[in-house]
Design a binder for this molecule. Structure first.
Ligand code: PMT
Length: 231
């Protein structure tokens, strides 16, 4: 388990303060001591959500892959590198959370073997064998027994609503925040985003906005979902 860096600053009291776990950023899957497979996630969306939940008076544990961002004030933080490390950190912490939001872009595949030494150039081509990583969001209900409010993201380049709805059902989520990452100003490494909220019984489109402005709207929607009657 990576070290937990806990902020000592007291958290402002809030009448309905909830504990929120957020995953953010990319993962890095090592190939050899100097190379890894990764993606273009900057962490901005997940860190903006962490900041917005804190601003609303809640407590946040941010589990993040490597980014260039500062950890928002008053956020508890677990840095991770690989999908396996993120999986272990979530497994360790999820049970004590009320809400979990999975904004990380977790690698779906990782090298089957990590070379102990730098891979040398040899032939004209190099074939890598990759194996599936654990589906962390997919394990939240069935693997980790999480019964709180479960929110996933869907990064899509086509059939936004249909693909997001399949993730909502398949991963037993209460809400999927879908972004079309082929649109300019949306998704990976952008300062802005535009999302479709996909609930079990309806959708709601949120217009393009800065990731922080959008995060404030998302926090309102997620907390309302958490406080709905029967929860
Ligand atoms: O970080 P930024 O640059 O700000 O970009 C933001 C973002 C584009 C990364 C973010 O808005 C986003 O869409 N995050 C999810 C990216 C993604 O990998 O989506 P997916 O459709 O492949 O995965 C679906 C869901 O399963 C996601 O909640 C993901 O965190 C989760 N997942 C995926 C694979 C895996 N092995 N474990 C997971 O938990």
């Amino acid at each position: 388990m990576p070290a937990l860096v806990t902020c000592q600053r007291p958290i402002e009291p809030h009448t309905r303060r909830v504990h929120v776990l957020i995953t953010a950023g990319p993962t890095r899957e090592p190939l050899d001591p100097v190379r890894f497979l990764t993606n273009r996630s900057s962490g901005k969306m997940g860190y903006a959500l962490a900041q917005a939940f804190i601003h609303a008076g809640h407590s946040v544990l941010l589990i993040s892959g490597p980014t260039a961002l500062d950890v928002p004030e008053r956020v508890d933080f677990i840095p991770v590198e690989t999908a396996a490390e993120m999986h272990a950190a979530v497994a360790h912490c999820l049970a004590r959370m009320d809400i979990a939001v999975f904004a990380a872009a977790v690698a779906d595949y990782t090298p089957a073997r990590v070379a102990p030494h730098k891979i040398k150039k040899a032939g004209a081509t190099l074939t890598l064998e990759l194996v599936r990583t654990p589906d962390i969001l997919g394990a939240a209900r069935s693997g980790f027994g999480f019964s709180g409010t479960l929110v996933g993201f869907a990064a899509e380049t086509e059939h936004l609503e249909a693909n997001a709805r399949a993730k909502l059902v398949g991963k037993h989520c209460d809400l999927i925040i879908a972004n079309d990452v082929s649109t300019a100003g949306c998704g990976f490494d952008s300062d802005t985003n535009e999302v479709l909220l996909v609930y079990p019984d309806h959708n709601e489109a949120l217009p393009a906005a800065s990731k922080l402005a959008l995060a404030h709207r998302l926090v309102t929607a997620i907390v309302a979902l958490h406080e709905r009657p029967g929860n």
